[in-house]
Write a new protein. Structure first.
Length: 329
């Protein structure tokens, strides 16, 4: 992929949080500092106008990556580089909870207008007013809704307001942190279709965060699977869904209902997600992996480049994963 075609490039991104007790407590209890490595050596690219989804269970580091990309967190190490093709570029974020991400004391018009005023994107208040009306219509609301307060809207309507606010700064890139997880299923579909429509109409680039594999398949061009702060597999969306390589990816895909096999056997993964404060040695997934061996428990897997498919797994490297997949088919 050429530099001109890349909307976002992330290289070696790492974020470590100091979660130590206060100094006096540590001195009295004679305990060292404690650190949580939420994201470790994460690398990916998002093509301009495309959508890459980060998926994984809760606590795997997806939302931390999102906050790093929009500079809500500063990275401990690594590089984040945007390319907008000559356009003004200000990445914006659509948050998970439309109930808490909007100021309840402000009218909708002021919520959407704030980025326009702060960035001085329009010269007069009349132009600001007209732009807010336009944005509300773009997301499927009425200009009359600008006079109301957030509590007067449903969850889906509030998320439309959040999207309008994100678009107000005229970004080329949106980070969407589980934007439909707090909504009813029927409303989720409306918001996802709206986001796909906006992407095509406005040429937007998305980094989409989700734990719902059905949503990911609908939205993404490419998927990166995270486990305990690291990316374990990346591939084009359909390739990942049709030919998953990593045992963890296969586990996630088992959560998707299949109409043609409603009674298929699905074994739950044993154990729980390990603590990121004290992660397992070797491959972090080995305590839950049915294919784990001594090497998995002691040696961290390297990333294998298999064309446009990347995976970090000893079982894949040694051919054990493919043999297991054939046996379980």
């Amino acid at each position: 992929m050429t530099n001109e075609a890349v909307g976002l490039s992330v290289r070696g991104l790492t974020k470590t949080f100091d979660i130590s007790p206060p100094l006096l407590n540590r001195l009295l209890e004679r305990k060292p500092k404690r650190y949580l490595r939420a994201v470790e050596d994460v690398s990916f690219t998002v093509p301009r106008g495309g959508c890459l989804s980060l998926v994984g269970e809760s606590g795997c580091g997806k939302s931390t990556v999102a906050r790093l990309v929009v500079s809500l967190y500063a990275p401990t190490r690594g590089e984040i580089e945007f390319s907008s093709g000559g356009k003004g570029f200000a990445p914006q974020m659509v948050f998970q909870d439309p109930y808490s991400s909007l100021n309840p004391r402000w009218r909708v018009r002021d919520i959407v207008a704030e980025p326009i005023r702060e960035l001085k994107l329009r010269r007069t208040e009349r132009e600001v007013h007209d732009r807010v009306d336009e944005l509300l219509q773009i997301v499927g609301l009425s200009p009359r809704d600008g006079t109301k307060f957030p509590h007067e809207f449903s969850g889906g309507q509030r998320q439309r307001i959040s999207i309008a606010r994100a678009l107000a700064s005229e970004p080329s890139f949106l980070v969407c942190d589980e934007p439909t997880s707090a909504l009813d299923v029927s409303v989720q579909a409306q918001i996802l279709n709206l986001m796909r429509d906006l992407q095509q109409r406005l040429g937007l680039t998305y980094l989409f965060i989700s734990h719902d594999m059905s949503v990911v398949r609908h939205m993404s061009d490419r998927v990166a699977v995270m486990y305990l702060g690291r990316i374990v597999e990346q591939a084009p969306t359909e390739k990942l869904f049709e030919e998953p390589l990593h045992p963890y990816t296969r586990l996630l895909l088992q959560t998707i209902p299949k109409l043609d096999r409603p009674r298929r056997s699905r074994e739950a993964a044993t154990g729980e997600v390990p603590s990121p404060i004290d992660p397992p040695s070797g491959c972090a997934f080995h305590p839950r992996c049915p294919l784990a061996n001594a090497r998995c428990r002691s040696e961290r897997p390297r990333v294998l480049e298999l064309g446009d498919h990347q995976v970090a797994c000893h079982a894949v490297e040694e051919g054990r994963a493919a043999a297991a997949a054939v046996a379980g088919a």
